[in-house]
Design a protein around this ligand. Structure first.
Ligand code: NCD
Length: 318
């Protein structure tokens, strides 16, 4: 019997840190069936018919918000979009009051993005247990669906994750995408290199099972995958490198660096990309880039995550 069950706490997705490699693989496997659903000749599905899913976004977002909304609707759910401007948050209502009022409308899942690390966890403690909470990015903590879609795209192109060398390049200190990727990739057996200016790589990172490097030119030839992270200027307090042009020349992925990479190196970026900073246009739009595939795969991954969140049985399986 299918239940929308309160006690199945595993229906939340707060981060990849809490998931095992097998649980991550199960989400990726589930996402395979959703690739292309609702696009072209492939019809929508009704896996989430009767479910109500709320997008609760307190930070700007283009891809992630649209992707979650489309994913929910293509599986037949009803969706609500909430953003603080134009809502009572701008009149002083607290985060929890806002969430509890939305919960009172009888919802099944909340997809939350917030500038504070831990906001999704806070919701799980205050909302009714039957409401699933999905983290769409919390501060500099985690962005699990972004990492899942990154890993899905690598697996789709390469057929595996284990044994691959994956570099995460840039602003590791402020990047929730980096943290989620590190957890996911290491659990699936990839070798992860984090590379960035010394000021943007936190000192504890070496204890996360990754290699730390500060010279991108030394790293480039070794990689199967290079994931270029955006410099999170909006989260930085102070100056972490002398100039944007110096950052671009030391850590930007350019055509000349690409010539020194493996011929089939896969180039990823979570977006939004800053052309000419972390990546040059010729690389972003070139044959090694899977940036737009990432966006498309994001829909399938979010369908799998929302289904896992909303549809569980007594033994936690579909
Ligand atoms: C990322 C985010 O918001 O953390 N973007 C996204 O979700 N596509 C990465 C970023 O903002 O650089």
């Amino acid at each position: 019997m299918i239940l929308n069950q309160g006690h199945a706490m595993s229906h939340h997705l707060l981060g990849l840190e809490q998931l095992s490699g097998d649980e991550i693989t199960a989400i990726l496997d589930s996402a395979e069936q959703f690739v292309g659903v609702g696009q072209g000749a492939s019809p929508k599905r009704d896996d989430l018919k009767g479910k109500v899913i709320v997008n609760l976004f307190f930070e700007p977002s283009t891809r992630t918000r649209v992707s979650f909304g489309l994913a929910a609707r293509r599986l037949g759910a009803d969706t609500l979009d909430f953003s603080p401007s134009g809502s009572s948050t701008s009149k002083g209502e607290t985060f929890l009051d806002t969430a509890k009022n939305i919960e009172a409308m009888g919802i099944d899942a909340v997809v939350v993005r917030h500038q504070s690390s831990g906001a999704p966890l806070l919701l799980t403690r205050h909302l009714a247990p039957r409401v699933a909470v999905v983290n769409a990015g919390d501060g500099a903590h985690e962005h699990p669906t972004q990492a899942l879609l990154d890993i899905f795209t690598i697996r789709q192109r390469r057929g595996r994750i284990a044994g691959l060398t994956v570099a995460l390049v840039g602003d590791i200190l402020h990047s929730r995408v980096a943290r989620s990727n590190i957890h996911g990739l290491t659990k699936l057996g990839a070798r992860v290199i984090v590379c960035g200016p010394t000021t943007l790589v936190p000192s504890e990172v070496a204890s996360w099972g990754v290699e730390v490097a500060h010279r991108f030119d030394d790293v480039v030839p070794r990689c199967d995958v290079i994931n270029l992270l955006r410099v999170q200027f909006e989260r930085q307090r102070g100056s972490f490198f002398p100039s944007v042009s110096e950052y671009a020349s030391l850590f930007g992925m350019s055509g000349s660096r690409l010539k020194r990479a493996k011929p089939d190196v896969l180039i990823l970026a979570p977006g939004p990309i800053n052309r000419g900073v972390e990546i040059t246009p010729d690389v972003a739009d070139g044959p090694n880039s899977a940036i737009l595939e990432q966006v498309n795969n994001g829909l399938a991954v979010r369908m799998a995550v929302l289904k896992r969140a909303c549809v569980v049985t007594q033994n936690g399986q579909e």
